[in-house]
Design a protein around this ligand. Structure first.
Ligand SMILES: Nc1ncnc2c1ncn2[C@@H]1O[C@H](COP(=O)(O)OP(=O)(O)OP(=O)(O)O)[C@@H](O)[C@H]1O
Length: 324
């Protein structure tokens, strides 16, 4: 029998009521994360990645759908289930300037989750803070410094140390390197890979940057206007994307042939206030036809590969012709 997944989201929906109408930020997403697994969630700005991530850590309540953490039903984010999530799931945000308290010495920021959860004596916590700072590549002597005395990369290392202070099972990383210089990004990604191995962590890695997730996650889910439109093992998905949206994202993220021809998405994404009828990608899709305007394609697939498209398949040479 297969093991209970660490996290299981079933048709999660999150709509926001606004003066302009109902924003369909997340609209029926199912996602499973196994113990120790690293899953990437990618998509353009506004596709609903952060809203989904916030639901998965119980910071946001779903409008409908179900969420399980291990054996717990945490859909309503209450009771023993919520306590299990608070203890075993942590989050790292894009901006370490905002996520760390500027008035606190960094050692204290790292210690804080242990204080809140009443873990260890002061001496034990101090030892754990030193271990954590060392694990993220910082000198434990730096514990008394304030975040303002640190570089952006060092600050993100502190945020990561804090996120693993309670030995969580899952860390949700929301654009963890996009605020950092390119040269520092690779160092932090390497650190995350090391920590995962050392502590047996599972990751949900949220990023608009496909290049970043390629080497950190074994499975990738692609989000577009509140839905997952394609998912699969990262290597397969990058080598042979089948949804036109994934193809376009990948071709803008990297050169797809020697001629440097690219698929370019026309215009801005439609508003989640008024998603197009049928397939939500059809207004910008190079394969769209009448059926796409009428029928909403379900996510279908074989094994661990899935795609929600009426015309899935690798990019054909004729589809590139005439495009720049
Ligand atoms: N509290 C809220 N009230 C109203 N609309 C919201 C709220 N939070 C998010 N949205 C809207 O939901 C949609 C999805 O936003 P979300 O931040 O989840 O996307 P994202 O893919 O993470 O994008 P980004 O990378 O820009 O944060 C956007 O249109 C956003 O404006």
């Amino acid at each position: 029998m297969s093991e209970t997944p660490l996290l299981q989201a079933d048709r999660l929906v999150r709509h926001f009521r606004t003066p302009q109408g109902k924003v369909q930020a997340v609209d029926g997403v199912s996602l499973t994360i196994a113990r120790g697994e690293a899953v990437a969630l990618v998509g353009e700005s506004g596709s609903g990645k952060s809203t989904l991530a916030r639901m998965l850590v119980c910071l946001e309540q779903p409008t409908s759908g179900a969420l399980r953490f291990g054996e717990h039903d945490v859909t309503r984010g209450r009771g023993a289930g919520l306590r299990a999530v608070r203890r075993n799931v942590s989050m790292v945000f894009q901006d370490p300037y905002a996520s760390l308290d500027g008035h606190l010495p960094i050692g204290r920021s790292v210690e804080e989750p242990m204080i809140v959860h009443r873990i260890g004596t002061a001496a034990e916590r101090a030892a754990k803070v030193a271990e954590l700072l060392d694990a993220v590549g910082l000198d434990p002597e730096m514990a008394s410094r304030r975040p303002t005395a640190l570089s952006g990369g060092q600050r993100q290392r502190v945020a990561i140390a804090r996120a693993i202070a309670l030995d969580p099972e899952l860390v949700v990383l929301d654009e963890p390197v996009s605020a950092l210089d390119v040269s520092v990004q690779a160092q932090v990604l390497n650190l995350l890979a090391d920590l995962r191995e050392r502590y047996g962590l599972a990751y949900l890695f949220v990023s608009h940057d496909l290049g970043v997730v390629r080497h950190v996650a074994e499975r990738t889910a692609v989000m577009q206007l509140g839905r997952i439109v394609e998912e699969g093992p990262t290597e397969q998905l990058f080598a042979e994307p089948r949804h036109p949206y994934t193809i376009a994202l990948l071709s803008s993220a990297m050169e797809i042939d020697a001629e440097d021809e690219r698929i370019v998405l026309d215009g801005d994404p439609p508003s989640p206030l008024r998603p197009p009828s049928g397939c939500r990608f059809r207004t910008r899709c190079f394969r769209a036809d009448a059926v796409c305007a009428e029928q909403d394609p379900a996510l279908r697939g074989e094994g661990d590969r899935g795609v929600a498209c009426h015309h899935p398949g690798p990019l054909a040479a004729r589809e590139l012709a005439g495009r720049t």
